[in-house]
Design a protein around this ligand. Sequence first.
Ligand code: PHB
Length: 391
Amino acid sequence: MTNRRHLISGIAGIAMMAFTGHAMAQDVVKVGLILPMTGPFASIGKQVDMGARLFLAQNGATAGGKKLELILKDDGGNAESTRRLAQELVVNDKVAVLSGFGLTPLALAAAQIATQAKVPQIVMAAATATITEASPFIVRSSFTLPQASEPMADWALKNNIKKVFTVVTDYGPGIDAETSFTNKFKAGGGTVESVRVPLRNPDFAPFLQRASEAKPDALFVFVPAGIGAQFMKQFVERGLDKSGIKLIGPGDVVDDDLLEGIGDVALGAITTQHYSAAHDSAANKAFVAAFKAAYPGTRPNFMAVGGYDGMRLIAEALNKTIGKTDGDVLVNAMKGMTFESPRGPILIDPETRDIVQNIYIRRTERKNGEIYNIEFETIPMVKDPVKAAKK
Ligand code: PHB
């Protein structure tokens, strides 16, 4: 009798364990976050990660009745590592979503895995226009370089800039920035001379020397987030800060993370971008305050916002699907999604899965003792012009 009771309670215990184990597995949605946390592009990874985690901390890390579990992996900025980590996250960890992707080659390295495994790939940082065409499972929460660079050409034309020298990093986003700016600027009557600088270990000095000799009205610059300080140091060493040549370009070169370190030489730069930590809205003030409280001594830049909004896209999609995690169902839930981000209103274009957002024209200024990009004009709800032109 005693033995039997033991046996029955033993079986019930095992059944109970199996049940709770099963329920727990079902209640967790794993999200892989692959970022360069080390190496020359670590500042991008750190900002995206801080943004993504802040969203989860503020929202209790649950969505659609499930608990969200973030699994962070460091690819060191190496595309082969990104591909391998994406594969491991899908096969071993059984993540429902892949996210992060600090640079264009890293986003492209995972696209085939997203397609084959039918797992949504949320691109939170990389910004070459064509990335969203690499897989029907890609949705982007960052931006595209042409989205920011075309409005820069319009501003330059309107502001008596006739001759521009462009310096861009020689890979997807730099080529996008150069091409979209040049086409628009030349169509409006401007002239352009261009150079491209290597992505790895760039030495800007010889290119800046050429730029200085060309005596343009403005220098248009694209370097990836985190690299602007290096660029600006050499800009000063070549005396370009005293040359009267205006600094213009997409906002990456004066990213919020670097501005204080760059110092006064950044003052007066005119840039176009989708996010400034000084963006004047209640949503952004709350975001910046929460970010600084969570991570003392930091300031969010546009990469942090890409991580924050990317997590929000994932959470809101799960809310819409009531926790269903099939890849195509989640991607469909993200199509057409719209909300107010710290950057302003955003929309996921249902046709391209790319982000539609305001682009702001900003002047780098000192405000309350700190250096910020102060927005003074808004171009509302800009679509990626490269994909728009293909239609
Ligand atoms: C990219 O590699 O796509 C990229 C990285 C950093 C940026 C912009 C684009 O600031």
